[in-house]
Design a protein around this ligand. Structure first.
Ligand code: HMG
Ligand code: MG
Length: 298
């Protein structure tokens, strides 16, 4: 494999929008997703098949997934919490599903109304059925670097749950710094530990930028050999069931960083930034992306 190739997973239409107070019309979501594909993104998490009463902003998941104009070469994925969600995802013919779990017992309770063990049992059935239906399954492990409710999260627990998710057949596991609390040293510690058991090309980093350490964390993971990163165009995002969560690292800032490192993402920075400008207008509030700020000075 080419070590300069980096795979960007765009989570804006999902992680980004799930936390927004403004309702974005289905047509606008579709328009934005199309722009993201045109910017060269090959993996886009477009929505969540979760309970609409838990995440009202994505209540139109079925319609978004069904009416989407798919571009060749783009994988369209969605979050699925349970069998009901999988049923909806399959009906909407989503390309890939993402199952999610937290390394924090309290966060699982708050986010999916289940304890960690019952969530594992539930997810293992979902993963099995998804694979039987020919869908690849991606995994998320949230609070992998710390939790607003429990504080420190033991790396042993992160390792144990990561292994459980791989046993379910996830093709890739995204390590979530859900509240953006990590710094580069901790990123190194956790990834080095997991890297003893799991090939690095099966791991992704999902940074949030609450404390401004997002890009530093990406660089630390890149130096260790991680080549899969989650970003959200404009830098929107956050889990409404995690106190203090704020936006993801902006995809365009991630792509810029990769350019400075001589890494290839296949993404068009100008188009990504225009789509960030577009979504900023629609949401009607200033978004945190650095590329976006710069584009306004031109
Ligand atoms: P629950 O209330 O325990 O569900 O929620 P239930 O099984 O008891 O069902 C209650 C009702 O909800 C029933 O309807 C179900 O049919 C319905 P009723 O019979 O009362 O009319 N229901 C559903 N409807 C549509 N789609 C479904 C579904 N499931 C049940 N899939 C549940 C449990 C898991 C559903 C809920 O807690 C939930 O949806 N949670 C999702 C929360 C969420 O999306 N959080 C944000 C994503 S995670 C994140 O942001 C972190 C990440 O970015 C990584 C990182 O940053 O670390 C991924
Ligand atoms: Mg997230």
């Amino acid at each position: 494999t080419d070590s300069s190739q980096v795979y960007v997973r765009e989570v804006g239409p999902r992680d980004g929008l799930q936390h927004e107070q403004t309702w974005l019309d289905t047509a606008d979501k579709l328009n934005w997703i199309e722009q993201l594909g045109e910017a060269g993104l090959t993996y886009i998490e477009i929505t969540s098949f979760v309970s609409p009463s838990w995440i009202p902003a994505l209540a139109d998941a079925d319609e978004v997934a069904r009416t989407l104009k798919k571009s060749p070469g783009v994988t369209y994925a969605a979050l699925v919490p349970n069998r009901k969600g999988l049923e909806r995802a399959l009906l909407a013919n989503i390309d890939e599903v993402a199952i999610f779990l937290s390394a924090s017992e309290t966060h699982n309770q708050k986010n999916i109304n289940a304890d960690t063990e019952s969530a594992l049992a539930r997810l293992s059935r979902v993963a099995e059925e998804a694979r039987q239906s020919g869908k690849a399954v991606r995994g998320y492990l949230s609070m992998a670097f710390g939790c607003p409710y429990e504080g420190k999260v033991e790396v042993d627990e992160v390792e144990r749950l990561a292994e459980r998710l791989f046993e379910m057949g996830v093709t890739e596991l995204s390590l979530g710094d859900t509240i953006g609390i990590a710094g580069p040293k901790q990123i190194e510690a956790v990834i080095s530990r997991l890297g003893r058991m799991i090939p690095l090309e099966r791991l992704a980093l999902h940074p949030h930028n609450t404390y401004g350490t997002g890009l530093a964390n990406i660089y630390a993971a890149f130096q260790l050999g991680i080549r899969r990163f989650d970003g959200s165009t404009g830098g929107i995002g956050g889990c409404p069931y995690a106190r203090g969560a704020s936006g993801n690292v902006a995809t365009e800032d991630l792509v810029y960083l990769m350019q400075t490192l001589g890494a290839k993402t296949g993404n068009d920075l100008v188009r990504l930034t225009s789509s960030a400008q577009w979504i900023e207008k629609r949401l009607g509030r200033p978004l945190p992306s650095s590329q976006l700020q710069l584009s306004k000075e031109e």
